[in-house]
Every structure is written in C-alpha cells, then in structure tokens.
Design a protein around this ligand. Structure first.
Ligand code: SF4
Length: 132
C-alpha cells in the first residue's frame, strides 16, 4: 500500500513567504504547488527531502577578553547534523586573537563547511592596544 503525504512549507527565501505544498508518495515528490518562483520550488523540495540550516553558536575562548566567541557555519548543513556539530564544538577551546571571519574549524565533521568567527576575541592584555 502506498503512503501519501502532503507537507506545507513556508518559503523563507524572500519576504513574500509563499506557502508551498509538497505531495509525496512513498517518500518521493510527486507535486509542488504554491511557489511563485523557481527558488521557492527548490527550497521547498530541499526542505522536505533534506532540510539544511546555518548553525550559529559559541565556542570557548581561552585567556581572551571574552569567555566565548560567537561562530557560525560557513554555509548550511543538514539539519540532523546540528546537534552533532554543537557537541563537537562544546569540546573546542580557541586561543585569541580571533578576528571576525577567522576559520575556527576547517571542514567540520567532513561536512564541507567551516566554522567561522562572527565576533572578535583578543588576548586580555591586548584588549585595547590591538584595536588601534
Ligand atoms: S516562492 Fe519565490 S516569491 Fe515566494 S517566498 Fe519563495 S522566493 Fe519569495
């Protein structure tokens, strides 16, 4: 017996926020309706089959002017890998100086994306002298 499923996805690519309906039979997409442009169709298909997200989190910073540095993935990663990446990053400590855009981890968990800093962290003693 075949399984029919309809999923509704709100497209977040632009502010219009189209509501897109994706129908699947036995896990395979048979129709996509409600999108207003090709980007929305592609987004909805990906959201249903393999959703991805950009992860934003923090890593600990040793002897820095801040105890943590905010970081993000350089691109979207599979949603089901977010927890695994977060756990991995929980065990990481970085050393200052860290500048915005610095790669903290290259190719994290072999996912093809890097972890990059989104906030600077300076050594405590250089907090003010390094900002000139
Ligand atoms: S389907 Fe196209 S028009 Fe609609 S929200 Fe997505 S990007 Fe915007």
């Amino acid at each position: 017996m075949k399984s029919y499923v309809e999923k509704r996805v709100i497209c977040i690519i632009c502010p219009r926020g189209c509501e897109i309906r994706v129908r699947l039979v036995d896990g395979k997409i048979i129709s996509v309706e409600g999108y207003s442009c090709p980007m929305g169709k592609k987004y909805a298909e990906q959201e249903v089959c393999s959703p991805k997200r950009v992860l934003m989190t923090i890593v600990r910073c040793e002897n820095g002017d801040l105890p943590v540095v905010s970081v993000k993935t350089s691109g979207p990663v599979p949603k089901d890998k977010l927890l695994e990446i977060s756990r991995y990053l929980a065990g990481i400590k970085v050393k200052p100086p860290i500048r915005i855009g610095d790669v903290i981890i290259r190719n994290v968990l072999d996912l093809g994306v890097d972890i990059v800093a989104t906030r600077p962290c300076m050594p405590v003693e250089n907090k003010y002298s390094d900002q000139k």
